[in-house]
Design a protein around this ligand. Structure first.
Ligand code: SF4
Length: 379
């Protein structure tokens, strides 16, 4: 197999000296209304990142097709729901760029170009590829789109020349493959320093993005398993208070605490995990002391957990109500975001086309034809 030439490639710190904020890219699939697991595992962190970094947060509707291609009827509405939750959680369209992936066609162009240089083996060895093929039986994953989904992710990241991607541990291999692909592209297509490019920043087109490991506290669903919509155990950011309280009421507890008089252990209890994330130190102390001494019952403990949770959810739901009443505004914000994203994406694609010598620049043709003319004259 042909090898990309190797060079001493730049790292992402180069942007630090340029006075520009470093870039972050992250996204979620349009799964409809988001749940507390999405909030704790990603959204809450994104809200903090939006001031420190130049952030692009997208809704990955093309990724939804890689495993669910047959029925696309819900995707658009789901995108609006996800955006509504982004806004409700505190992402601010003035401070970050939010958009739908398919509204920025450059994602597809870069994906195609990268597919030409990506060895199949790199995609086949991504851990989630085999794992999901073996474990997910109710979907057709024998498609080119599914195999290529880590590559589409790489294109998403590289298109914005992202320096960092906030991820959990399990996503680190996806960042690794992106770094390899960026290195391979830069090796094949180093930048032409003399080219007339928009805002040249680096010696090579693509920085190698770094994983920004996200602290992701454990938040189980109501049945104690990982919170997931497909398990039917999730608490939505948009669940009204009575629903939140009812869901917590049915949440499983420390299995060792069978009777009210049995002492329990909040460290092995899913309700204890909710307290650890959402309750004040004072409440947490009462939970530990009361649970371990059987001084409190689980019903009381769950009421406290619901109180703590609602203190976080109330402002989120207030913001959500305002946007929910005005889906056209949400769509307009997505379109504005897509406009900004397209501008950034097009800058990268111009650099890519120049590096690959695939521009529409007619001056190159001019050189060739004048050379030909000279040759013809000589004959
Ligand atoms: S008292 Fe609270 S932490 Fe202890 S087992 Fe019951 S619900 Fe869990």
């Amino acid at each position: 197999m042909d090898q990309a030439p190797t060079h001493n490639l730049p790292d992402s710190s180069q942007r630090t000296g340029s006075g520009q904020k470093q870039r972050i890219l992250s996204g979620m699939r349009p799964t409809g209304k988001l749940h507390l697991g999405n909030y704790v595992g990603a959204l809450a962190n994104w809200v903090k990142l939006q001031d420190k970094y130049h952030c692009f947060f997208f809704i990955a509707d093309w990724h939804a097709l890689t495993s669910d291609y047959a029925d696309t009827s819900e995707i658009k509405q789901s995108c609006v729901e996800v955006m509504t939750d982004y806004l409700a959680a505190g992402l601010d369209p003035q401070r970050c760029t939010m958009f739908i992936q398919s509204h920025v066609p450059q994602h597809a162009e870069l994906h195609l170009l990268l597919s030409m240089i990506t060895p199949l083996g790199w995609l086949e060895r991504v851990p989630t590829y085999k794992e999901q093929q073996q474990n997910i039986r109710d979907k057709d994953l024998n498609t080119y789109g599914f195999l290529g989904y880590p590559l589409l992710q790489s294109a998403d990241i590289m298109l914005y020349q992202a320096d960092f991607v906030p991820v959990g541990e399990d996503q680190v291999p996806h960042i690794e493959i992106t770094r390899e692909i960026a290195r391979r592209f830069n090796g094949f297509y180093p930048r032409d320093a003399t080219a007339n490019e928009p805002e040249p920043r680096r010696a090579y087109v693509f920085p190698e993005p770094q994983a920004l490991l996200t602290p992701s506290p454990k938040l189980p669903g109501t049945d104690g398993r990982k919170m997931s919509k497909s398990y039917g155990n999730s608490i939505l950011l948009s669940d009204p208070e009575p629903v939140v309280r009812q869901k917590l009421k049915t949440m499983v507890t420390d299995p060792a605490r069978v009777r009210r008089t049995d002492p329990g252990n909040p460290d092995v209890c899913p309700v204890g995990d909710v307290h650890k994330i959402f309750s004040s130190d004072e409440t947490l102390e009462k939970v530990y002391a009361g649970c371990r001494s059987a001084g409190i019952g689980c019903i009381e403990c769950k009421i406290w957990a619901a109180d703590s949770l609602m203190r976080v959810l109330n402002p989120i739901q207030e913001r959500r109500d305002a946007y929910e009443k005005n889906p056209h505004k949400v769509w307009e914000l997505l379109e504005n975001g897509a406009g900004r994203a397209r501008a950034a994406a097009e800058t990268t694609m111009q650099e890519v086309r120049v590096a690959m010598k695939m521009t529409k620049d007619s001056r190159v043709l001019g050189h060739q034809s004048s050379a030909k003319v000279q040759k013809v004259d000589a004959l």
